[in-house]
Ligand binder design. Sequence first.
Ligand code: DAH
Length: 350
Amino acid sequence: MSTETPAWMADIDSAALTALGAIEAAATLATLREAEVGALGRKGNVTALMKRIGKLDKSERKAFGAAAGGLRGKVTRAVSARREAIVQAAIAAELADTTFDETLPGLDGAPGHVHPLSRVQQELEDVFISMGFSVLDYPEVESEFDNFEALNIPGWHPARDMQDTFWLEGGHLLRTHTSAGQVRAMHQFKPPFRAVFPGKVYRYESTDASHDHTFHQLEGLMIGRHVSVGHLLDSMRTLLSAIFKRDVQVRLRPGYFPFVEPGFELDISCQVCDQKGCSVCKQSGWVELLPCGLVHPNVLRAGGLDPDEWQGWAFGLGLSRLVMMRYGVNDIRLLMGGDARFVEGFHPGT
Ligand code: DAH
C-alpha cells in the first residue's frame, strides 16, 4: 500500500469544509436543516461521495469508503451538536428577556365538557327513566344468534344484506344494531318489563355525510300484556317533544323489519335544512329517525316468551341522527371524528 496521500483526499477535505462550515454557520434550525440536506440529503455533497464508493477500483475502495463514511459520521454529529446549541441559545435568550415573568401562573387547561352524543343520550335516558324504563348496557361484540337469528333474520334472509357486518373470529361480530340486546333482555328480566339500551353499533360500509362505520343507537323495548301501537306512538311522541322542545313534523310510514309486525318508519322533518333539501336528508326533507313496531312472535319465542301471553313494542332510535337534527350537524363523521374543535362548539346550555 502506498503511503502517499491519495488524490481523492482533496475531495473529502473539500466536502468536509463545505458541510461542516455550513453547519457551524447555521444560526437557526431552518438554516441548519438546509446545511444538513446540503450534505446528507439525496443530492448532498457527502452523499455524492458515498455514491462514488461503488464505482472505485477495488484497491481504493476500502480507504475511500472509510474516509467518506467517517466524514458522514462527523457531519451527523456536528448537526446534532449544532441543533442542541441553537435550542439552548434560544432558551437562554428567552430566559434573559426581562419581559418574561416566570412567576406568573400558567395557562389553565380549557374546561372540558360532555360530548353532544353523551349529552343527548343522558337526556333520553332521563326521559325513559321517568316513564319507568330501566337503562341497560349490552356488549358490542355479539353472537350471530343475538344480532340476527333471534331477530328473525336467518342466514339466508335478504335483510342481512342491509347490514354489512364486521365479522370476528369464532362466528362473533360487532353488533350492527342495538336490537341485538332484545332477546338478551327477554332472558334477563321477568315480564312485564320496559328498558332502553343505548350504545355504539358498527357497519362495514363506505362513509358519507349520513353514514359512518361506527354510530350510535338507542333501542327501546316494552314487554307486557295487551301492548298496542297506541302505547308505542305515545311513547315516541313523549320522546320527541322532550328532545326537541319544539314542534317537529313527523310522519309515520309502514316499514319492514323482520323482527317487528307491523313495522313502521317514523320520520321527522329535516332540522338541518328545514326541509329545503340537503345531503343529510338526501334532498327529501325527511330523515328516518325512529323505526319501530310490535315485536314479532318469533322474537318473543326466541326470548323464551309465549306470544299468546305476551306482546311488546320496540324501537331503534338513530341517536347519531338525532344529535345531528338537534344541533344542525351536517356530517355524521364529525361526531366520532376525534376533533376536539368540534366538541368545543357545544357548550353546556346549548
Ligand atoms: N335495528 C334496526 C336497524 O338498525 C332498527 C329497528 C327497526 C329497531 C325496528 C327496532 C325496530 O327495534 O322495531 O336498522
